[in-house]
Design a binder for this molecule. Structure first.
Ligand code: ARG
Length: 575
């Protein structure tokens, strides 16, 4: 058993062994896990082994449980076990074991999280906006959710390669090239590059609808680009550079970093070979001049891999991308984060990759689109949702809050705090929901100081840290690590149990690609802390008890900070 093994791990291992020794289960494959309870009436952990084994042992569950409880020799960290309901076995931890575990966690850099990713690589393909277009709400969610998954995996010891798979190739660049030469407004381009590029595209597109010669010109410029014409190539590179410059401003504000910015174009050279591989395996067939993969047997529509004009499709690029990533990085997994509208695309090319025997472990993490009601913006520019405007507004609303709650704080500190709160509020709204459910964004909820929001957790963190600071000022000669931590009070116990479950929350959030599991954990933790704070004295408690409680506070603050960091949300000590 590893040093920081959770009670859940220890109990599950013990349970399997003890069951095997009480009953004759030697040749049966048994793995009898326990799960945390949410109601301390039923103990701290619960096991349904008696139900699971009932058939095999030909006995009623309660009878099995009874026999087990009488015969089993309890491990020292268990106070007692009880039978409940149809045959559940409930476990109560000893206060001493809990106290010791919290002290052990204090020493672990990963707060008890097993480094399950050590020596393993994962590629996370997220954000991935399209060049010359503003990021839409789908890219924003992909950025925030993808980055939380990125942080969770790194925390578990994985080597993460965050890859921004930019949409930097496709027929739209023909229209961009001719449009730029005709319509560019240099001043506008310098002021707001992506906006101007977008305007150029729309103007060029509209012109192509009315003017056949314009359309033909766009096509021939595209062919020139594809053939490597230097002038077109340069202009295209400029579009990319300008776009990445704009995207990076947003990533900076969101504190998101990528290891790679490999656009679709990076994989161009591989496309013909990919088609060849599909043909060699008899997976692709001609149909009306196009090349398709028939996926009917797999319950999916056909997938076009080469259009009748010879152009390649999104799926073809993604297949070539997988091949390249496998060759270069040999990752244990590739995780893609996009909105729900791309589910079919991913299912299709995952299936084709499987048929090609690429042996890649591919996961699509999809999320529903968040609704941003009209009223979200007090200033609305155009009809595209501008992320920068959303972030500006979040910061300015947060600044109002900070100014009224901390009027005496120096202004630069107020601004810094407002940034942490405003950006945190946007991220947390995104991350605290089940990614697949529909979310409507409102400022009231995002910035709600009393509810499940980033500011609520950030304030809780600052308050908790200040408890330790106050203690330190009052008792400068005491060394907290030398004072013992003793869990006694029911509410201390509740808090300690929650702290001991941090690593399980990290694992569950990462394994299920659901940062909201971490958000829920943190919100629960803050609420338990708050009843702890209201129900027992800290600084006014007698010596010994006081130090023990301050230590629990310190652990709570550290856990909150780490958890928020995994969601990409900053904390400040002073609020
Ligand atoms: N650029 C695409 C879009 O904006 C998202 C790309 C997602 N990643 C991928 N490998 N297909 O819709």
């Amino acid at each position: 058993m590893r040093e920081f093994a959770t009670f859940e791990e220890r109990l599950s291992a013990w349970m399997t062994e003890a069951m095997q020794s009480v009953f004759d289960l030697s040749d049966a494959e048994v793995n009898l896990g326990v799960s945390p309870t949410n109601n301390e009436k039923f103990g701290d952990y619960q096991c349904n082994a008696a139900m699971v084994l009932s058939k095999q042992l030909k006995k009623a569950p309660r009878e099995i449980a009874q026999q087990f409880v009488e015969a089993a020799e309890l491990p020292e960290f268990i106070e007692k076990i009880e039978i409940a309901g149809p045959g559940f076995i409930n476990f109560f931890l000893t206060n001493r074991a809990l106290s010791e575990y919290i002290q052990l966690l204090e020493k672990d850099a990963h707060l008890g999280s097993e480094q399950v990713g050590e020596g393993k690589k994962v590629i996370i393909d997220y954000s991935s906006p399209n060049v010359a277009k503003s990021m839409h709400i789908g890219h924003i969610r992909s950025t925030v959710i993808g980055n939380a998954i990125d942080r969770l995996y790194r925390f578990l010891g994985y080597e993460v390669i965050a890859d921004n798979h930019l949409g930097d190739w496709g027929t739209q660049f023909g229209l961009m090239l001719v449009g730029y030469r005709e319509f560019v407004n240099e001043e506008a381009l310098a002021a707001a590059p992506v906006e101007e590029l977008e305007r150029i595209y729309v103007a060029s597109y509209n012109k192509s609808k009315e003017d056949d010669s314009w359309r033909d010109l766009a096509k021939s410029e595209l062919v020139k680009l594809q053939q490597g014409n230097e002038e077109n190539r340069k202009l295209w590179e400029k579009f990319i550079e300008l776009s990445i410059g704009e995207f990076n401003k947003i990533y900076d504000r969101l504190d998101v970093k990528f290891d790679l910015y490999r656009g679709e174009s990076f994989y161009n050279d591989r496309l013909p070979k990919m088609i060849q591989a599909l043909e060699d395996k008899d997976l692709a067939v001609e149909s009306d001049g196009a090349l398709i993969v028939d996926l009917e047997e797999d319950g999916m529509p056909i997938c076009i891999v080469r259009k009748s004009d010879g152009g390649y499709n999104y799926a073809t690029t993604d297949l070539a991308t997988v091949e390249s990533r496998q060759e270069e990085f040999d990752p244990e997994r590739i995780i893609y984060v996009t909105d729900e509208r791309q589910q079919l695309h991913f299912k299709q090319f995952f299936k084709i990759a499987e048929k090609l025997e690429m042996e890649a472990n591919l996961v699509h993490v999809w999320f529903g689109l968040m609704r941003l009601p009209e009223a979200t913006f007090s200033t609305r520019e155009g009809n595209v949702i501008k992320l920068s405007a959303l972030l500006d507004e979040a910061e300015s609303r947060a600044l109002d809050m900070v100014k009224s709650s901390s009027p005496d704080m120096p202004e630069d500190q107020q601004k810094d705090l407002a940034k942490a709160i405003g950006i945190g509020a946007i991220k947390y709204t995104d991350l605290s929901q089940n990614p697949q459910s529909l979310v409507t964004f409102t400022w009231e909820k995002a910035l709600n100081m009393e509810g499940n929001s980033a500011p609520y957790l950030q304030y809780a963190y600052a308050r908790i840290s200040s408890v330790y600071d106050k203690w330190k000022t009052q008792f400068p000669d005491m060394e907290l690590n030398e004072c013992s931590l003793n869990i006694e009070h029911k509410i201390e116990r509740r808090l300690a149990i929650k702290l001991s479950r941090f690593s399980a929350a990290v694992r569950a959030a990462a394994d299920n690609y659901r940062p909201n599991i971490m958000a829920d954990y943190l919100y629960d933790l803050a609420q338990i802390y708050s009843s702890f704070y209201q129900n027992v004295p800290f600084l006014k408690a007698e010596e010994g008890v006081r130090e023990s409680r301050i230590r629990l506070c310190r652990s709570t603050a550290r856990t909150l900070k780490q958890g928020l960091n995994l969601l990409g949300i900053e904390t400040r000590e002073r609020i």
